[in-house]
Write a protein that binds this ligand. Structure first.
Ligand SMILES: Nc1ncnc2c1ncn2[C@@H]1O[C@H](COP(=O)(O)OP(=O)(O)OP(=O)(O)O)[C@@H](O)[C@H]1O
Ligand SMILES: [Mg+2]
Length: 459
């Protein structure tokens, strides 16, 4: 829906033509169509007007003394990207038309132009602006929504996890987040940060697996000028940069034993010593670490320091794999569909039922991130309003169908389950159909019909 303000805002036109008669005619035709029209005979004057107030569409004569239409077009493309330019020309040539379009004109009209045609072209330019604004508004909404860190779930264990996260967030407890790749560990870390009293402070994420020992030390601790050849200036480390906020240590188990000792010391002493510095710097940081590996096992095997593990794992949040909470698949799929449709500016609004069935049957080794990639790809390749099975990756289709078949062989049908349940209730009720119907919460006639049908099926 467009608001009145925007409605009013749209349709501010500027006409520039040194031919007074042509200018007047155009002005009249467009005023009649309800637009707010400003007209001038001078290109220089038009430039001054453009600096003073916004216009949606500029209609300019190509051939004018001093500042001509092409110059106005260039000026708009450089400084007023929202303004569309329509060029008009008396002696129109193919070359000038091509050049105008190449420079980013919305349209090129040969004079004399019939009023209807001008009005039509102006309407199209305004529609283009309207769509562009709508798209950027959607994009802002989507981005604002992401910025808010929303964790979507319908799963009771996840709900419990969220409750726990909300409880520990305001404390300064260090948290270790575990879970398979793509389950949302970083999302939870951001959530904890936003729910904490450190929200207005920085959230700094560092991937411990992405650097070798030396580089990671340099990233985390920083250095002073001259600490080594090439250290031309002081460099603040991420530990210091995160002070007052949260430091997210991703892939913590990839830290070398030496770095583990250094980090332990930082957590205990609450201070860092940049490389080459003589005095330590006090820091106030909340640590959230994450890993997709079995840390406890690593501690047992001696691959991760137990004391550091205890320091980081004051609270553990373990995020279940997506295949262990399949109810989240439709919810997340719809969320990602709307998100990527808005980002791409496409009118994709639906996930076809059979496409959803395939997703439900799939195991998602890459968890939520994989689901998001699949949906993003689907939105990108569909030409219609919905994502159909054909828009899902081939291997996913095959895998899902195989799992589905396997399960179909193993799991009894709903009808069969109902039949067995009714038989059991009837037995409990000593064969009394009225009582059995009461226990089942249906009326006697319905029960009788069901029994009849089962008999027919058996017979
Ligand atoms: N419950 C959820 N609701 C909404 N978006 C989610 C949810 N879980 C994960 N996501 C999204 O899925 C993507 C992957 O999540 P994230 O990066 O937090 O996973 P991760 O566990 O850190 O993965 P990795 O181990 O690969 O680093 C992100 O875009 C995240 O926003
Ligand atoms: Mg991550």
């Amino acid at each position: 829906m467009r608001t009145n303000d925007e409605e009013r805002m749209l349709g501010r036109l500027l006409i520039v033509d040194d031919d007074k008669l042509a200018m007047k005619q155009l002005e009249q035709a467009l005023k009649k169509a309800g637009h707010a029209v400003t007209a001038t005979q001078s290109g220089g004057n038009a430039q001054a007007l453009l600096e003073k107030q916004p216009f949606d569409v500029v209609l300019a004569e190509l051939n004018m003394d001093k500042v001509d239409g092409m110059q106005l077009l260039k000026r708009c493309r450089e400084s007023h990207p929202d303004t569309e330019v329509i060029l008009l020309a008396g002696g129109a040539t193919l070359e000038s038309a091509v050049e105008a379009m190449r420079q980013g004109a919305f349209h090129y009209l040969a004079k004399p132009c019939p009023p209807d045609e001008v009005r039509q072209v102006v309407a199209e330019a305004l529609e283009k602006i309207r769509l562009r604004r709508e798209r950027s508004r959607l994009r802002e909404q989507v981005e604002g929504y992401q910025g808010a860190v929303r964790i979507l779930t319908q799963d009771s264990r996840m709900q419990h996890l969220l409750d726990m996260a909300r409880q520990v967030a305001p404390t300064d407890c260090n948290v270790l987040i575990t879970g398979e790749s793509g389950t949302g560990k970083e999302l939870f870390a951001r959530y904890l940060h936003h729910q904490s009293r450190r929200e207005s402070g920085p959230f700094v994420a560092v991937n411990c697996g992405a650097f070798n020992e030396e580089l990671l030390a340099n990233e985390l601790f920083g250095h002073v000028k001259g600490a080594f050849t090439g250290a031309h200036a002081d460099k603040k480390g991420l530990l210091e940069a995160a002070s007052g906020g949260t430091l997210f240590l991703d892939e913590i188990t990839e830290m070398s034993p030496t770095m583990q000792v250094k980090l332990l010391r930082v957590i205990q002493e609450k201070e860092v010593l940049p490389l080459g510095a003589t005095r330590p710097v006090k820091i106030d940081v909340r640590f959230i670490a994450a890993t997709n590996r079995d840390v406890q096992e690593m501690v047992k095997q001696g691959g991760f320091r137990q004391d550091l593990y205890f320091r980081l794992n004051v609270v553990n949040l373990h995020i279940p794999a997506l295949s262990a909470r399949r109810e989240d698949v439709p919810l997340l799929a719809c969320h990602f569909l709307l998100k990527h449709a808005a980002l791409m500016g496409k009118g994709v609004t639906e996930l076809a039922a059979d496409a959803l069935d395939l997703l439900r049957a799939y195991d998602f080794p890459g968890n939520v991130r994989e689901l998001e990639n699949i949906i993003e790809r689907g939105v990108a390749i569909t030409t219609g309003h919905s994502i159909e099975p054909a828009h899902l990756p081939d291997d996913l289709r095959e895998l899902s169908i195989r799992t589905f078949r396997k399960k179909a062989g193993r799991i009894p049908t709903l009808e069969k389950q109902e039949q067995d349940y009714i038989a059991w209730v009837l037995q409990e009720a000593g064969g009394n159909q009225t009582l059995a119907a009461q226990l089942l919460g249906i009326d006697r006639v319905s029960l009788w019909r069901k029994l009849k049908r089962y008999e027919v099926e058996k017979g």
